[in-house]
Write a protein that binds this ligand. Structure first.
Ligand SMILES: Cc1ncc(COP(=O)(O)O)c(C=O)c1O
Length: 384
């Protein structure tokens, strides 16, 4: 019998998915704090724009790189909100930040080369490296500093085979915003190695402490930074599947070329929705942002009030990376919390070596459900 290739068999299923599937099969009342998506619906004016576009016949393929108006809207938003300057022709519209990252791995990593990522880290990067026949290399950051980026450790791990370094800020899973000085040092080293830094900034619009400045805005080598962004998190548009990649025009052209054989282009209707999200009224987006900020404060207070529980302060995104102080694998702890106490968290082991023993809590849920979730978590940890 024919068999699937090694490269797809080597790709691992994430432990977040394991918890998601267990939760889906459970019939009790669960507080779901494992999912990484806003609980809000897409703002009405965005939905209206997509519906209007559909009725007006905007239902055809677009160019591989995306509608000029969509690329322009992204270019303007990046400049005004994140201080990152790219002409529209240095931007490709993608089917979520996910596709931008996958295509970036294909376009930057040659077989055998490395994708270097400070840990703990979002698990999909490892799969994307594997699918590019490359190697994924996690460089664990020290827990005692909240897993913040320490450039020296990343630079030490870089070598001839380093094709790219991914910096995710704000971070999934810790919610930390990396220090610009540390990011700058990594970009400098990448430039010395003829490597790229992929700035995964899909959570940048959800920065609570400090300014949402993109890495390309403050480095001395913006030409070595590939910026990935998305409408998913900031605009509550996960299901529309729309994101972008901005950077070196040579690489952008290559990515636009290979899209012809992957998705050809991003849904025309999603592109019209994105134009409305990026250029239309921002009040609904600000309201969601404020709600996330209040929840962040709630999470910080509740964690501080539980004996033996701690987490690095989330400065962005909607995650808290909890240290329950239990010396056991976090999948067992997460299963206990689900089965015995009805609260679902993502096991930290799923975020690499540095995440061992931790639990990721997503605060993309109402304040009332978060309080209920913390009550259950407190009881569950006490009884483990
Ligand atoms: C760190 C990070 N990057 C990229 C993505 C991709 O998001 P999307 O494809 O919805 O834009 C996610 C989604 O969870 C994420 O957490």
């Amino acid at each position: 019998m024919p068999t699937p290739t090694d490269r797809v068999r080597r790709a691992e299923r994430s432990s977040i998915r394991i918890m998601f599937d267990l939760a889906e099969r459970h019939d009790g009342d669960l507080v779901r704090l494992e999912v990484g998506e806003p609980d809000f619906d897409t703002p009405a004016h965005v939905i209206d724009a997509a519906a209007r576009a559909a009725r007006d016949g905007e239902t055809h393929y677009t160019s591989n790189a995306g509608l000029p108006a969509c690329r322009r809207a992204i270019s303007d938003m990046l400049a005004t909100e994140h201080g990152v300057h790219h002409d529209p022709d240095e931007i490709v519209v993608t089917t979520g930040g996910m596709e931008a990252l996958h295509l970036t791995a294909l376009a930057t990593v040659s077989p055998g080369e490395e994708l270097v990522v400070p840990g703990p880290t979002w698990p999909n990067y490892a799969t994307q490296a594997t699918l590019a026949d490359g190697t994924f290399r996690e460089v664990p950051m020290p827990a005692e500093n909240g897993f913040d980026l320490e450039a020296d450790r990343v630079i030490e791990a870089m070598g001839e085979d380093t094709a790219a370094v991914i910096l995710t800020t704000p971070s999934n899973p810790t919610g930390r915003v990396f220090d610009p000085e540390e990011c700058r040092a990594v970009v400098e080293a990448a430039a010395d190695h003829d490597a790229y830094v992929v700035a995964d900034e899909v959570y940048l619009g959800l920065t609570y402490d400090g300014e949402p400045e993109g890495i390309a805005a403050y480095t001395g080598h913006p030409d070595h930074v590939l910026t990935v962004g998305s409408c998913s998190k900031t605009y509550a548009m996960t299901g529309w599947r729309i994101g972008w990649l901005a950077g070196d025009p040579i690489l952008i052209d290559e990515v636009a070329k290979i899209r012809e054989s992957t998705t050809a282009c991003t849904s025309s209707l999603a592109q019209h929705a994105a134009i409305a999200a990026l250029t239309g009224p921002q009040e609904p987006i600000e309201e969601m942002y404020e709600a996330f900020r209040r929840r962040r404060d709630l999470v910080v207070d509740r964690v501080a009030a539980i004996d033996g529980l701690s987490c690095p302060r989330p400065e962005g995104a909607f995650y808290a990376f909890l240290d329950p102080g239990i010396d056991d694998d976090s999948l067992s702890v997460a299963k206990h919390l689900l089965e015995e106490h009805g609260v679902v968290l993502a096991p930290g082991d799923g975020f690499g070596e540095a995440g061992r023993g931790r639990l990721r809590l997503s605060f993309a849920n109402s304040e009332e459900r978060l309080h209920e979730g913390f009550d259950r978590l407190e009881a569950g940890l006490a009884s483990y």
